[in-house]
Design a protein around this ligand. Structure first.
Ligand code: MF3
Ligand code: CO
Ligand code: CO
Length: 247
């Protein structure tokens, strides 16, 4: 069963989404050469606390970080570490918070002094894929209409779409039904209904769509070690346009 949120629960989802977005943006604004993702992660933890929230990631299936920070060939689930950020890095910052019992989950990809036009195209296409996915996320459509909209943008731009990790329902738990793949034919899967809350999160790779998990048990990297980008919003399904909760 896919949950339909009550008005009260939706208010909590809104509040949680706002906090997640604030943390995402404040971390993103601090990404510059010399800073470490571990420093940013500690900053994020402090900010969450100040805003009355806690990390939804820390301890999730044993995940050791407060946020995920995935640099260059890392696609998602990168663990914050002590390596200083360098000019030319692209960094996916994924933030999940729990507040009033509900979770907001959102990610952005930041380019730090990137001058490679292909990398800029990759990041722009991933952002555009998220927008297309959100555009297809409306009551009456089916889950795979979102998937198809995302894949179409990626294919058009000539990038690989990661298939091993997907978007998801989100609410009192981080990963709820339904799964929201970033690929597939339209018109399949569960019917979208007003009041459902889902996280839409395209992951696009410069090269092959294939990924590996590093020995740390978490970091997902592209098999060809070329860069990847990742954007994510938590949204509420509506009769018309979806409401983006992580803004
Ligand atoms: N936020 C990720 C997602 O978008 C999941 C992170 S799992 C964790 O689904 F274990 F790293 F927290
Ligand atoms: Co996320
Ligand atoms: Co997610």
């Amino acid at each position: 069963m896919i949950a339909i949120r009550s008005a009260d629960d939706m208010e909590s989802m809104r509040a949680s989404g706002k906090i997640a977005a604030r943390v995402r943006d404040e971390v993103a604004a601090r990404l510059q050469p010399g800073v470490t993702t571990l420093e940013l992660s500690e900053f994020a933890g402090e900010l969450m606390k100040r805003l009355g929230a806690e990390s939804a990631f820390l301890g999730y299936h044993g995940y050791p970080g407060i946020i995920c920070a995935s640099v260059n060939e890392a696609v998602v689930h990168g663990i914050p570490d002590r390596r200083p950020i360098e000019i030319g890095d692209i960094v996916s910052i994924d933030v999940g918070v729990r507040h009033r019992g509900f979770i907001g989950d959102t990610a952005t990809t930041v380019m730090v002094g990137v001058s490679d036009p292909d990398v800029m195209r990759l990041v722009a296409a991933t952002k555009q894929a998220l927008a297309a996915g959100i555009g297809a996320a409306r009551a009456g459509n089916r889950v795979s209409d979102i998937s198809h909209a995302i894949e179409s943008v990626a294919v058009q731009a000539g990038f690989g779409v990661v298939r091993d990790f997907v978007g998801h329902g989100v609410g009192q738990s981080m990963h709820e039904e339904p799964q929201v793949p970033n690929f597939g034919p339209p018109g399949r899967g569960p019917l979208l209904k007003a009041g459902m809350t889902i996280a839409i999160e395209p992951m696009l790779n410069m090269g092959t769509a294939a990924v590996n998990v590093l020995d740390d048990g978490w970091t997902v990297v592209t098999q060809d070690r070329k860069p990847a980008a990742h954007f994510e919003h938590t949204v509420a399904i509506r009769d018309g346009e979806a409401e983006i909760l992580t803004v």
